[in-house]
Design a protein. Structure first.
Length: 253
């Protein structure tokens, strides 16, 4: 039921208060901090050996913020599973992740991150995370439950330390997540398939250099596993609706 309602939710203006997407919009139309797309299986975009991925290339504005994994035992797979007939990166065990150790945050500290993912399982720990940024002022989107992904945004030194999400559990569902950090209005917000599921204060701003990780927490010690489709990180918060609608039209069945 969740998947079947997603496209209509994004197309409803009541659930998309930020400028809506559609038409020919892609993230190439805006300035991105990073953009990674698993559906592009070209050898320059997904660098792999035997189906194990050592790099997914940043196809965004700078083109240099790649997600990597040097350790072959921790690499996600390509070519095994799809989302909406599009190639996805996948992990079947809770020890696979990718990262960028020096991901840049803009001076404004305004950041929006939209990610297409399906969580199929996790380590038996409340800190099992889907995406995280690690520094001193940082955050992670973690489970808040040792068995299913209920969802919690845990932060350090950037306002409210814990925002427990509504609408879960999210395990087993394809979700377009958006994490929005709005220093201009001192708020941070979490959206799942276009619906606001958590909000809190955002003060001080996150550190300008972060270790960005997907499918693990800030310490790279507690993991989720499942499918990764695409992620776009950008500064212009007015573009959230455009990015979410682009991802919905592309990835949702």
């Amino acid at each position: 039921m969740l998947r079947s309602c997603v496209k209509s939710a994004f197309l409803s203006p009541m659930l998309s208060p930020v400028s809506g997407g559609g038409g020919g919009f892609t993230p190439a139309d805006i300035t991105t901090l990073g953009w990674w797309d698993a559906s592009d299986t070209s050898p320059t975009n997904i660098i792999q050996s035997g189906g194990l991925v050592s790099q997914i290339t940043d196809i965004g504005t700078s083109g240099v913020e790649h997600l990597v994994q040097a350790n072959s035992s921790n690499r996600m797979s390509t070519g095994l599973q799809t989302i909406n007939s599009l190639n996805a990166l996948s992990s079947l065990t809770d020890d696979k992740f990718m990262f960028n150790g020096t991901f840049p945050i803009p001076a404004s500290r305004n950041v929006s991150a939209s990610m297409v993912a399906q969580i199929d399982g996790q380590t038996t720990d409340t800190n099992a995370s889907l995406v995280s940024m690690d520094a001193s002022a940082d955050w992670q989107l973690n489970s808040d439950n040792g068995s299913v992904f209920d969802g919690e945004l845990t932060s350090s030194n950037i306002g409210d330390g814990s925002i427990v999400l509504t609408g879960g559990p999210y395990t087993g569902s394809l979700v377009i997540w958006t994490l929005e950090f709005d220093l201009d209005n001192l708020t941070k917000s979490i959206y799942a398939n276009g619906t606001l599921v958590g909000t809190g204060t955002y003060t001080g701003g996150m550190d300008l250099s972060q270790s960005l990780r997907i499918f693990t927490n800030r310490a790279a010690s507690q993991f989720t596993f499942g499918l990764f489709g695409e992620m776009v990180i950008f500064e212009d918060l007015s573009q959230r609706g455009n990015v979410e609608t682009y991802l919905t039209n592309k990835w949702m069945p």
